[in-house]
Design a protein. Structure first.
Length: 100
């Protein structure tokens, strides 16, 4: 059982609205409106991820997760199966940074 195109569009729209609301509220509270667009996209991505996880559970779909450099398939009954390991990146990203 899949999600209809209309339902997917509604999910995306809801994620974008949620991200926009969260970003706008964050900009108001912090006074940093320059980063609103970035915050909106991050908020939308997080919201869409949460919604996808909820729907995978609701429709009893297998989902993929990443843990410690490995991709696992999680079946609806909770069984976890290793799909593959992810090669380590050679790029070093600092723990904190500023988006401008």
């Amino acid at each position: 059982m899949g999600v209809s195109k209309k339902s997917r569009d509604q999910i995306i729209e809801g994620a974008l609205v949620g991200g926009a609301v969260g970003a706008a509220l964050g900009a108001i509270l912090t006074g940093e409106s320059q980063r609103t667009a970035t915050a909106m996209l991050v908020g939308a991505a997080i919201g869409a991820t949460i919604k996808a996880k909820q729907e995978a559970s609701e429709f009893k779909l297998t989902r993929l997760i990443e843990t410690d450099g490995k991709i696992y398939s999680i079946s609806p009954n909770g069984k976890k199966k290793l799909v593959r390991s992810i090669p380590r990146s050679r790029i070093s990203v600092p723990e904190t940074f500023t988006i401008e």
